[in-house]
Design a protein around this ligand. Structure first.
Ligand code: M6R
Length: 298
């Protein structure tokens, strides 16, 4: 009830979990119509915040042991906030020190790169969003769609995983490249950040993620035929992102498109396309992130 009554929510995390948190903030704001602020735990813990006894502070951590996230949650507790954890590792410090929470049960992350934890975190934010929205009697139509799409999500994830060979072949064209840009809008902006982080972490290739429309405020200066750009395209905001693609095309940038839309226009504008199935926009990041993980891997 305290979460439902909250007039503001903070979400705090680091790295990939922060990217999932950003998507989570979009979901909660959209489904519950409550303002949500996302903070890097490493900033939040040292900053004077307005957190008080009316605040709800959600933290996201795969390991449940990240020192900054743990410190952020301790600080939130000291200020009297209700703390909620979204963790993978059962019995971890953050799980023990939050008032309540959810385990994502993604299974152990074997490598350093957080992958299945990210998609599970996004899925859990959908579950939290629909649970709270149901209790608040918010827009039932979107809730029904998300519930329905959760049912088909495993099959759709498999269909993306099945494209491993296609994505591997694309990667061969870029093995000598030293920089990448990842661009997305709306729910796909955090996906762009995550795609760039995975490439840095797995392939040691410099990459940056940006909101696609921010490109014209600086990064566009970097675009030439040595700068591949990965665009994440979905039905939501389609026309807007196509105009961003045209801007990159005009400067000779190599374009890889991850898309839930398939048409001739995108084929004309891109060097490579990876198609993903269309699903509700709150869940779509699950399907658009996986090809980026596979691309980074190859
Ligand atoms: O265990 P956590 O989710 O708290 O870890 C936070 C980050 O260190 C982590 O997500 C890191 O960014 C990943 N290795 C990225 O793949």
């Amino acid at each position: 009830q305290k979460i439902l009554d909250a007039n503001h929510i903070y979400i705090t995390a680091c790295g990939t979990s922060w990217h999932a948190a950003l998507i989570g903030s979009y979901i909660i704001e959209e489904l519950l119509n409550v303002p949500v602020k996302v903070e890097y735990a490493s900033e939040f813990r040292y900053r004077e915040t307005a957190v008080n006894t009316d605040s709800v502070v959600i933290c996201v951590s795969q390991s449940g042991e990240t020192a900054d996230t743990l410190a952020a949650i301790r600080k939130a507790r000291e200020k009297g906030a209700l703390t909620l954890g979204i963790m993978n590792v059962v019995g971890s410090s953050i799980a023990r020190e939050t008032h309540c929470g959810v385990y994502i049960h993604a299974g152990p992350e074997i490598g350093v790169a957080s992958t299945k934890a990210f998609t599970a975190q996004v899925t859990i934010f959908n579950l939290i969003g629909i649970l709270l929205a149901q209790k608040k009697n918010s827009d039932v139509e979107i809730i029904k769609t998300i519930i329905n799409d959760l049912g088909i999500l495993p099959r759709l994830v498999q269909s993306v995983l099945d494209q491993g060979n296609h994505i591997s072949a694309i990667a061969q064209d870029f093995i000598d490249v030293e920089n990448f840009l990842y661009l997305g809008r709306g729910y796909q902006f955090p996906v762009a950040l995550e795609g760039a982080l995975k490439l840095k972490e797995i392939s040691y290739i410099h990459a940056e993620g940006y909101p696609a429309a921010e490109m014209k405020h600086g990064p566009i200066a970097l675009i030439d035929d040595n700068m591949p750009v990965v665009f994440i395209v979905t039905h939501k905001g389609y026309d807007k992102i196509v105009s961003n693609i045209q801007e990159v095309r005009a400067r000779g940038g190599k374009i890889i498109i991850i898309s839930s839309v398939m048409n001739k226009e995108l084929e004309n504008y891109s060097d490579h396309i990876i198609q993903v199935p269309k699903i509700n926009h709150c869940l779509q990041p699950v399907l658009t992130t996986i090809p980026l993980q596979i691309l980074a891997y190859h």
